[in-house]
Design a binder for this molecule. Sequence first.
Ligand code: IPM
Ligand code: MN
Length: 360
Amino acid sequence: MQTYDIVTIDGDGIGPEVNQSAITVLREAMGDRLRFTAADGGAAHYAKTGAVLPPDTFNACRDAHAILHGAAGLPGVTYPDGTEVGNDLHLQLRFRLDLYANVRPIRLYRGVTSPLAGWAAGSIDYVIVRENTEGLYASRGAGIVLRGEVATDTLVVTRKGVERVARFSFELARRRSGAKRDGRRRVTVCDKANILRSYAFFRAVCTEVAAHYPDVEIDYAYADAITVHLLKKPDFYDVIVAENMFGDILSDLGAGTVGGLGIAASAELGDGHGLFQGAHGSAPDIAGQNLASPLATILSGAMMLRWLAARHADATLLAGADRVEQAVEAVLAQGEQVPRDLGGSARCTEMTDAVCRQLR
Ligand code: IPM
Ligand code: MN
């Protein structure tokens, strides 16, 4: 049976706790099929060594089957330009490994109460695909600050960048079973094409790609309007594709409708590499107190198994992914161990043990 080399980067704040929790759960699910190798990186490492992503860590990430990351970033650890150091860890990995599709599932699990009234478990189930290597983020580290009077960042939209993230989104819609509201396979293109040419270009290229997917409906929504739709008709959505900055904002809004960032998984995927991490941050205020919910990182681990299963045609990994997701949902549905962010008091290790018990 093939084994898989996973590089893990604990990072900062709650990163070590949630990352180690996910590793424990993945070992429970997959035994010795996954070989975990820890690597350094993040704001604390930068403060000690001056390197947020040491070359050895980058090379290990480049050569591994997948990357599992806790969280990165510490307040006050900033570059001279004022931007945060910790974020540079996975931003560098995104750009240097070309992880162009940031996949963020928004799903209401059993046992979780949505702040939106009247939505039952399973009735909200869509995926935000955030373009992850250009858009407004292309300007990170390259913006202009002049004489302390003017600052600019440029939004970059390329044909290649849009084609590949749109194609990814339509292929994803093909693999899903359609929107909860009507069962229609649908890709919603989110932009501000009515105002900016760059977004009109984004929309036009997505529309060209859609022509190759007659079995998937294309839908359009402006970034402001969709914030209302995600609250009023979340079951209409199946797959949403958006430019980097819009995707960053909408994925937090979506996560908020299904329990919050403590349960928000993410998979950052390129053609050759995958980085899996909870979409939350390093939450330094609760770091080291065993208070963080590990569910976002555990569910990101399940996304990692699913992604590896597809890349390596490995059905045992697919079964493992299903078991991990079902174990998390069973723990939430039972309601005995509930993490703090979902209204309970279960500690990180208690959630980890509960998910492992379900797996056994
Ligand atoms: C996210 C985060 C990152 C981003 C930060 C931490 C670099 O907000 O992954 O959503 O801005 O993309
Ligand atoms: Mn974000």
